[in-house]
Ligand binder design. Structure first.
Ligand code: NA7
Length: 534
């Protein structure tokens, strides 16, 4: 354990993709750094979400660090979409390759961070009794890292085992011969359900909102694609950095409404067969702006559901309706819809019968009680702000972050906060974060923060703080751009609607990864405009 007086240059909270790269950059500067990580191993999201079927929905070649050309050349992915174990191995390789582990303290959750105005330093405390003082405090806490549970009572009374997908145990879970209930049909639910169905005697899925689920067409990685990408990785990375979602795709030029039905169908069909999260949503210029255009893609996806699910009543329940396609995070599946063709798999539509409680023996809805041996809770996360607000963070004047954010998360560029000097967030609210290829966004944030620290050192500054006016201007811009799109229309975690009582505000910046990067670069080139330094 650290001594009470341990003085560091920086504390980084979290050892996932963000924290590990931030650590690497700080180590390169020769700074003293400690990373506190709550998990028993590094990996962040890819440590916690070890449920069967867990997989990234960004292609392997794109969902990886670009900062070292040697690393990207030496690592070989095995599948089109990387599985959780493979991503975790990759991060473990990175941690070992750059000797990162020596500064990571595992099994240690940061509970408190407070800014001391007399010393301009952060005091950071952990649940293991650490108290350290650091010049910089960098939150690499992840956007989808605070698990959310069903709001109904009774989970603690359930007599069998239950597992939240985001807190999956290290040891394998065996569902053989069991009656299993799964609550939630977001990405985690749709990934775990086929695997549970393979083992369970009987599986009941509780669906509150049907998702738009595209087929991943996952399989062994295409070696031609690997060779082509590795031969041109620099260009591919640059294209991703300048793209809308951090994934390079051919940019659309037409509205969905200016082409014939036949042409549109052909384009959607091609997009579908590509097995790619962005292939359909970026097929036309206006799918995310215009409801009528959006509906053309939504209906195409519903048709795929009807084609895959043999029982029409079940298909009707699975058809995504009631919100525009893409405004809640769509999913990429392996065998999801087909799973409902198994006799042992049943679907409960919670829009027809509401969830009331979890009981000692199962789940009770307004239609009756369902008995289970095991429950899988796939109800997602308190996204973007949950992990940050889970730490008692206080800035200047003893103002807490929870007070500052009571009406929604105001930030400057999603990176910094007025009133909280020398504190940075990686992929914070107000940045593209969850609406992008996270690794691309993470690298941009880490490099930007790293450059700012260099600028401070070079100019003899010790304190940097976002100005309130710059923060307000940016936050207004984030909301204004969001209001031009269909995103505010859905009850998504993007707007905090999945957590009762949370302020309803579109949290990610939807202006695109490339444009956002440009704005951050302009701020830096202007001597960090909107920041006060001393
Ligand atoms: P998500 O995408 O937030 O999905 C959570 C699911 O759980 C979703 O279907 C929710 O329905 C459902 N849910 C949440 N609370 C309840 C209650 N109280 N009752 C019933 N159903 C509920 O989280 P995931 O873990 O699946 O995915 C997170 C991200 O990981 C994903 O976006 C990818 O980026 C990877 P709702 O839609 O809110 O009606």
């Amino acid at each position: 354990m650290a001594s009470a007086a341990e003085e560091l240059d920086a504390v980084v909270v979290g050892a996932g993709f963000s924290g590990l790269y931030m650590l690497h950059k700080l180590q390169e500067k020769g700074l003293s750094v400690k990373v506190f990580e709550a998990g028993a191993e590094i990996g962040g999201t890819w440590y916690w979400n070890k449920y069967p079927g867990a997989r990234c929905d960004v292609e392997s070649m794109d969902y990886s660090y670009s900062f070292d050309p040697e690393l990207e050349q030496e690592w070989d992915w095995t599948e089109k979409y990387p599985s959780q174990p493979e991503i975790l191995s990759y991060l473990q390789h990175v941690a070992d390759r750059y000797d990162l582990r020596k500064d990571v303290v595992l099994r240690t959750r940061v509970t408190q961070a407070s800014f001391d105005e007399s010393t301009s330093r952060w005091t950071v405390r952990t649940d293991q009794g650490h108290e350290v003082s650091a010049k910089y405090c960098i939150m690499a806490t992840g956007c989808l890292s605070k698990p959310k549970f069903p709001e109904v009572p009774g989970l603690d009374t359930f007599s069998g085992p239950w597992y939240h997908t985001g807190l999956w145990p290290d040891s394998a879970v065996d569902f053989s011969g069991q009656r299993v209930g799964v609550i939630g049909t977001g990405s985690s639910g749709i990934q775990v359900i086929p695997f549970v169905a393979d083992q369970a005697a009987d599986l009941t899925v509780f669906q509150r909102t049907p998702n738009y689920v595209l087929s991943s067409f996952n399989g062994p990685i295409d070696q031609d694609r690997v060779a082509a990408t590795k031969a041109n990785y620099r260009q591919a990375r640059e294209a991703a950095r300048q793209s809308i979602f951090g994934i390079a795709v051919d940019m659309p030029t037409k509205s969905a409404l200016e082409v014939s039905d036949e042409e549109r169908r052909e384009v959607y069909q091609k997009g579908w067969e590509r097995g790619h999260l962005n292939a359909i949503i970026q097929a036309y210029t206006d799918l995310i702006f215009n409801e009528e255009s959006n509906e053309t893609a939504a209906e195409f996806i519903r048709e795929q559901v009807r084609a895959k699910v043999t029982d029409p009543a079940t298909a009707a329940k699975l058809e995504p309706r009631g919100y525009p396609y893409g405004t809640k995070r769509p999913c990429l599946d392996t065998r999801y819809y087909e799973t409902f063709n198994r006799e042992s798999v049943h679907l409960v539509d919670l829009r027809e019968e509401a969830l009331i409680e979890i009981t000692e023996t199962g789940v009770r809805t307004t239609a009756g009680e369902y008995a289970f041996d095991t429950l899988v809770i796939a109800t997602g996360f308190d996204a973007m702000t949950g992990a940050l607000l889970g730490i008692d963070i206080t800035g200047k004047g003893g103002v807490s972050l929870s007070k500052k954010w009571q009406d929604g998360p105001d930030t400057y560029l999603g990176l910094a906060l007025s009133g909280f000097p020398n504190l940075f967030m990686i992929t914070g609210p107000g940045s593209p974060s969850v609406l992008s290829n996270m690794v691309v966004s993470i690298e941009q944030h880490v490099e930007w923060i790293s450059d700012l620290i260099d600028h401070m050192t070079a100019n003899g500054h010790s304190v940097v703080e976002a100005e309130a006016t710059a923060e307000k201007e940016w936050t207004d811009h984030v909301r204004a751009v969001g209001d031009m799109t269909l995103f505010p229309k859905a009850d998504s975690y993007y707007v905090g609607a999945n957590v009762p009582g949370k302020a309803r505000v579109l949290m990610p910046y939807v202006g695109g990864v490339g444009g956002y990067r440009q704005r951050c670069d302009e701020v830096a080139s202007a001597g960090y405009a909107g920041f006060a330094m001393r």
